[in-house]
Write a protein that binds this ligand. Structure first.
Ligand code: ATP
Ligand code: MG
Length: 572
């Protein structure tokens, strides 16, 4: 690939549109361009990275016994109505109408379509297990598309779906996918941590996420893990051991009063406005569990753990109330709910930490108002339980020895045990030996191909540019002709290009008429693992300089050893 001919529009300056280092680098190094919010064009270098990741993922999926298919991107809305997700996914689901005014959907995931497919084709349980996958573009109208390819509105995903007759079969299919994911990410040169996660809107029983640990702002997910055992979970999911009873405050209770808090809906906005710490606030979160309405009270600096809340409420799950329902119930928009004056129809469940607080702040159940100096005598608590999420430094719930540490990660893949949510909704059943129809048990498994590419950049870079892991780098070697104006040198570099290419290496060849300094800066920015420089001094001696992108020192190699040296050092 000659740089004089291809399309690698590098930028000298940091683009204003990007906050995250990996996003800046991909724009600056000429890998991507934005078309509109959350929608990107992949330029030639990016195309090669994506092809390499896809190839590795495909090979691991094939090895695990999955079969590649391609499903349509455009779906009839009817299918999504049958599973209820036409409503449940809300505005994230991209919707449109065809010329006959029939509602259609742009797929953001394919449980509906794949279940509809097997429903018509699989009759006997003897055809199971089956695993079908595709690598394809997905559409989601994300509320906050950001960070370049990390959270796009259009992105590339590998999605796989397993079909089994029983739970034991699902466990096996699931484990195969977990193994395939670990192998695929390792082959991409990425260490991942597998964490327990919530099943969320997908439905189902058990789920895991595969995280690239970055400890930068790009790590949208917080992970709690134990240094002493293999426990790791994302923040929403992490369990905590019951604590010793927290101590009550010695402060004397004061009479409560109402204060104006215009537009202050979030904890951050309220604490900023009132100039207090978040642990002086009590958040009131409204849920439904079956036909029970619940107000969950937790300290402002804590996260709710919905699994624990559901447990305390005695239901299998809880579901947060939507804005209009909250408004009907409390008389105020979301953000101003509070426990004072809530009717008997709402069960108030307080975290154990709340049950000992004094003079705290809550929403006033009125627009733009909060109550300060609220005390436990001001409202009713129906039940006290641990409903907050785990925190760093807590003891590990698994081994009970280590203390949990918090890391930030980028979710590059996930696996779900779906169960029968989709097969039941769409009527995908198989017949057992006794002639009974049984819904197929499903699993669903995603890898964000485009997000993985950017996660690698977020994980591996320095102040000069990207440092690609070899297996997913857009080229094996970056060949620089130090002075392409010098005909003899250019000829020598052309020859090196030919022989490296013939030896099976993919070479990005900087044959542009540019200063050597500019070429070196671009090579560092683009981040190919090896750089070979053909310069005047070397030409006289018959040696070329070779340098690894992640090392400062360069070495020189006689021309006849160059190919072997590179091949030997190359990533597997
Ligand atoms: P998130 O919690 O980040 O929104 P998700 O739970 O919605 O992710 P899935 O629906 O399971 O993710 O999608 C599978 C994979 O696709 C994710 O692990 C991630 O790598 C990728 N992915 C999801 N949403 C996006 C997006 N908007 N842009 C790029 N990649 C995405
Ligand atoms: Mg999402």
């Amino acid at each position: 690939m000659r740089m004089s001919r291809t399309f690698i529009p590098t930028l000298r300056e940091d683009p204003a549109e990007a906050e995250l280092v990996s996003h800046k680098l991909l724009l600056r190094a000429g890998y991507i361009r934005k078309l509109t919010a959350g929608i990107y064009i992949y330029l030639p270098l990016m195309q090669r990275v994506l092809a390499k990741i896809s190839r590795i993922v495909r090979e691991e999926m094939d090895k695990a016994g999955a079969f590649e298919i391609t499903m349509p991107v455009l779906h009839p809305a009817e299918l999504w109505q049958k599973t209820g997700r036409y409503n449940d996914l809300g505005p994230e689901l991209m919707r449109l109408h065809d010329r006959h005014d029939r509602p259609m959907v742009l797929g953001g995931t394919h449980e509906e379509v794949v279940t509809e497919l097997v429903k018509g084709e699989l009759r006997s349980y003897r055809k199971l297990p089956l695993n079908l996958y595709q690598i394809q573009v997905k559409f989601r109208d994300e509320i906050r598309p950001r960070f370049g390819l990390m959270r796009g509105r259009e992105f590339i995903m590998k999605d796989a779906y397993s079909f089994d007759f029983d739970e034991a079969g699902l466990d096996l299919s699931y484990q195969k996918m977990v193994d395939a994911y670990q192998a695929a990410f390792a082959r991409c040169g990425l260490d991942t941590v597998m964490v327990e996660s919530d099943t969320g809107a997908m439905g189902g029983k058990s789920a895991h996420e595969f995280m690239v640990i970055v400890d930068t702002e790009g790590g949208e997910a917080t992970i709690l893990s134990c240094p002493d055992c293999d426990y790791a979970a994302n923040l929403e999911r992490a369990e905590s051991l019951p604590k010793e009873q927290p101590k009550s405050s010695s402060e004397a209770p004061r009479p409560r009063s109402a204060v104006d808090t215009p537009n202050a809906k979030t904890i951050e906005e309220v604490t900023d406005f009132l100039n207090v710490k978040a642990n002086r606030l009590v958040k009131t979160l409204l849920y439904r569990s079956g036909d029970q309405l619940i107000a969950a009270l937790i300290r402002g600096d804590r996260q709710i753990n919905e699994t624990k809340l559901a447990h305390a409420a005695g239901g299998p799950t809880v579901e947060m109330l939507d804005g209009p329902t909250v408004e009907k119930l409390t008389g105020a928009p979301v953000g101003f709910a509070g426990p004072v004056g809530l009717g008997r129809e709402v069960t108030v469940i307080a975290d154990e930490e709340v049950a000992v607080m004094v003079n705290f702040i809550v929403g006033a159940n009125a627009r733009d108002k909060h109550l300060v100096d609220v005390n436990l005598s001001d409202f009713r608590i129906d039940k006290t339980a641990v409903i907050r999420g785990a925190e760093p430094a807590e003891r590990c719930p698994r081994c009970r020895k280590g203390r949990l540490v918090s890391r930030r990660g980028i979710e590059v893949g996930n696996t779900f045990k779906l169960g029968t949510k989709y097969s039941q909704a769409l009527g995908a059943t198989v017949t057992d030996d006794a002639g009974n129809e049984r819904p197929i048990i499903m699993g669903s498994y995603g890898i964000g191909i485009t997000r993985t590419a950017q996660a690698a950049v977020e994980r591996f870079h320095d102040e000069r540019g990207i440092i690609w892991p070899g297996p997913i780098a857009p080229a094996d070697c970056h060949l620089v002709c130090a002075n392409s104006d010098d005909a003899a040198l250019a000829r020598a570099a052309d020859q090196v290009y030919e022989s490296l290419t013939q030896a099976g290496l993919f070479v990005l060849y900087d044959d542009r008429v540019e200063r050597a300094g500019v070429k070196f800066a671009d090579a560092d920015l683009i981040g190919i693992p090896w750089r070979v420089t053909v310069g005047a001094k070397g030409l006289a001696k018959g040696t070329w300089e070779i340098k690894r992108r992640d090392r400062d020192a360069a070495e020189s190699a006689p021309f006849d050893q160059l190919v072997d040296r590179l091949k030997q050092e190359m990533w597997p």
